[in-house]
Design a protein around this ligand. Structure first.
Ligand SMILES: Nc1ncnc2c1ncn2[C@@H]1O[C@H](COP(=O)(O)OP(=O)(O)O)[C@@H](O)[C@H]1O
Ligand SMILES: Cc1ncc(C[n+]2csc(CCOP(=O)(O)OP(=O)(O)O)c2C)c(N)n1
Ligand SMILES: [Mg+2]
Length: 313
């Protein structure tokens, strides 16, 4: 089963009745709490050999990355992070030399965004396995399924830098990898403030963890629309190829769609530079790429999938 087929299969086992608003195909599960309030609930793991390699990643960095991958899911729903549980799987005894920096990276990152670690579980494991579950709250959850034809598509950061880091590190010592790539891969940050700013003016939102094309495709299928993106407008950092930006993943940028009439509000509320890369079209799940020469072509939504395609350098 591919990851996609697995997620299809899972649907029949998920509880979808009230008070659950969304159990599936969102960055977080959404549960109606009291009137006008929603509980957000998400979990993400980092597995040695799949998400990181200890030859270039230290434990402080892993703490930060575990926090960010979960905080980013709360940001994508327009949420305020709240409470966290940590499951720690380790092949080695818990020694201060690695557990101290790991916990420091994790907890300092969570607390910067007002999220607090309140428990977890600890197990022996054949490799390092780091998992966090995180709750959040919002009065207005931003869903993947509300994009409408005519919406403009924005992303919140240059894309592909994290993935380009992995290409560089195969060939160059870390000291020679461009600083922007190191920062993107080893010191990512979640877009909590941006999620807060757009939660009532954007139509749909997702965080880019598996690549621009695949995550945009998820918005398109959830919303039953298509999209056109402009190759020229995709923000690329130094050292990044178009392929890194389209399909690399681990950007932890927000991709959101917003109607024209809310652009003034966006200008007023935004807290950082944003990049307009295209627009939502009528249709069903087609991603159209407008090339630098002005030609348009449909592109397959390739990105990071745990069980099938991995972008190759
Ligand atoms: N093992 C699982 N059991 C139940 N639900 C799952 C499982 N794996 C993924 N999901 C659900 O499938 C959807 C997509 O997951 P994923 O691609 O990991 O989202 P994200 O990129 O936001 O972390 C989410 O709604 C998630 O909760
Ligand atoms: C050793 C190593 N190989 C490959 C990658 C690239 N990579 C691993 S997971 C991933 C996608 C994001 O992880 P996932 O578990 O799919 O997060 P989610 O979409 O659930 O947030 C990418 C691009 C990496 N970071 N490290
Ligand atoms: Mg996930």
């Amino acid at each position: 089963m591919t990851e996609k087929e697995w997620l299809e299969y899972l649907k029949k086992y998920l509880w979808t009745k009230p008070p659950v608003v969304s159990a599936f195909n969102e960055d977080c599960a959404v549960i109606q709490a009291e009137e006008g309030k929603y509980l957000l609930f998400t979990t993400d793991a980092l597995i040695e050999g799949v998400h990181f390699d200890l030859s270039y990643t230290d434990f402080y960095t892993l703490g930060i990355k575990l926090a960010v991958s979960n905080l980013s899911d709360i940001a994508a729903m327009g949420g305020e992070p709240r409470w966290a549980l940590l499951t720690l799987g380790s092949p080695k005894p818990l020694e201060p030399e690695w557990i101290d920096p790991f916990m420091e990276g994790l907890v300092s990152t969570l607390e910067r965004y007002s999220a607090y670690l309140i428990g977890g579980d600890t197990v022996k494991s054949p490799c390092y396995m780091l998992n966090l579950a995180l709750t959040g709250e919002t009065d207005s959850p931003l869903l993947r399924s509300k994009a409408r034809p005519g919406d403009l598509i924005f992303v919140s950061k240059p894309l592909g830098e994290s993935s380009a880091f992995l290409r560089y590190i195969k060939t160059y010592p870390q000291t020679e990898v461009p600083a922007n790539l190191k920062k993107a891969h080893l010191r990512p940050s979640p877009e909590i403030e941006l999620g807060r700013a757009i939660r009532k003016i954007a139509h749909a939102c997702i965080d880019i963890s598996d690549g621009l094309l695949l995550d945009l495709y998820r918005i398109c299928t959830a919303s039953e629309v298509s999209a056109e993106i402009d190759e020229d407008k995709i923000p690329l950092g130094y050292g990044v190829t178009l392929q890194d930006a389209l399909s690399g993943g681990e950007d932890y940028a927000l991709l959101f769609t917003i109607p024209q009439e809310n652009l003034k509000d966006l200008e007023r509320k935004k807290t950082k530079d944003l990049y307009k890369i295209g627009k939502i079209l009528k249709g069903k799940g087609k991603i159209i790429l407008k090339t630098q020469r002005g030609e348009t072509r449909e592109v397959p939504p390739l990105g990071f999938d745990h069980f099938t395609f991995r972008p190759q350098p």
